[in-house]
Design a protein around this ligand. Structure first.
Ligand SMILES: [Cu+2]
Length: 311
């Protein structure tokens, strides 16, 4: 059958337009996954909103806990300890003015007070039952840092002195994330997973951090945000040896979403951002001085995390 040239050209044009539209959609949000392609394309416009009412309600329901001043100590690993093998046991001692604050996961809701545990500059792991050690598994050989601080069920950290602790330690004969956990002799262990809290860690090594110098510790957001948890999303961080401009100091925390414009946080408190579109996003936090210059401390003061939003 003969197709008139006009229709042929029109058809090709449509195909080209469709292809172009597809490409544009992809490049606008390069990390959009297949499951989120149904989302109408559009620019994301984020706004800082006040502390959400559901968190205000949760604070009220917790009595005095929000005024607690937890004091954490890292009992293990000891400062500058060398750990033989790839499993690092973390033991913490919690004291201070707790006002009823105690880490624990409610089995019904899967939520509760918990400690944020950060190996090197990886995303934190949540640690709930602190009467038992937390295991960092498959930790690679070499020098590492461990940072911990107490947090609330909605992941906002307590920001009092003494709540943040950091130690440096080393691992000898460490793990390899691509291999199963093995014994010293190289045999696969019969029961590699004890009934303890813990996590297989990604490969990383510790930064050359000076604990006496300004240090920005990225905490939230991380991971996957679903449904009502995906809007708004909280940014939260820990700050050591540095005061922000709005708190009478000279530093600022600069943040950028999806590589966009730099915005500044001048008070040490969380913010909530509303307006996320589905897909993958990056969140970058940097500590900068009064002139806007990055303040380096072992590479930890500039952190990018990828998160996934699925509303
Ligand atoms: Cu948390």
């Amino acid at each position: 059958m003969r197709i008139p040239r006009f229709f042929l050209a029109f058809g090709l044009g449509c195909t080209a337009m469709l292809l172009t539209a597809g490409c544009q959609q992809t490049s606008e949000n390069a990390n959009t996954t297949a499951t989120t392609n149904a989302t109408p394309p559009g620019a994301q416009s984020l706004t800082v909103i006040p502390r959400p009412q559901k968190i205000i309600d949760a604070m009220k329901a917790r009595g005095e806990q929000d005024d607690a001043k937890p004091a954490l100590k890292i009992a293990m690993p000891a400062k500058n300890a060398t750990i033989n093998g790839s499993t690092v046991e973390v033991k913490l001692a919690l004291s201070g003015d707790l006002k009823g604050y105690m880490p624990h996961k409610d089995p019904a809701t899967g939520k509760g007070n918990h400690i944020h545990v950060i190996l090197d500059n990886q995303p934190y792991e949540a640690y709930y039952e602190i009467n038992q050690p937390f295991e960092l598994r498959n930790v690679t050989e070499g020098k590492h840092t461990l940072r911990v601080f107490a947090s609330r069920p909605w992941h906002e950290s307590y920001k009092n002195d003494g709540n943040f602790q950091m130690v440096e330690f080393s691992v000898k004969g460490g793990g390899d994330a691509s291999k199963p956990t093995t014994t010293k002799d190289g045999q696969t262990m019969a029961s590699p997973t004890p009934a303890r809290e813990g996590k297989d860690m990604a490969r990383s090594s510790g930064g050359n951090v000076d604990p006496a110098k300004p240090l920005l510790t990225y905490s939230r957001p991380k991971g996957e945000y679903k449904d009502q948890d995906a809007d708004p999303i909280m940014i939260d961080f820990w700050l050591s040896n540095a005061k922000l401009q709005g708190d009478g100091g000279q530093y600022r925390v600069r943040y950028s979403i999806d590589g966009g414009d730099a915005k500044f946080l001048d008070k040490w408190e969380p913010i909530w951002l509303s307006g996320w579109i589905n897909g993958k996003h990056t969140v970058k936090l940097d500590l900068v001085d009064k002139d806007g210059n990055p303040v380096n401390n072992g590479g930890y003061n500039s952190t990018v995390r990828e998160i996934t939003v699925a509303r």
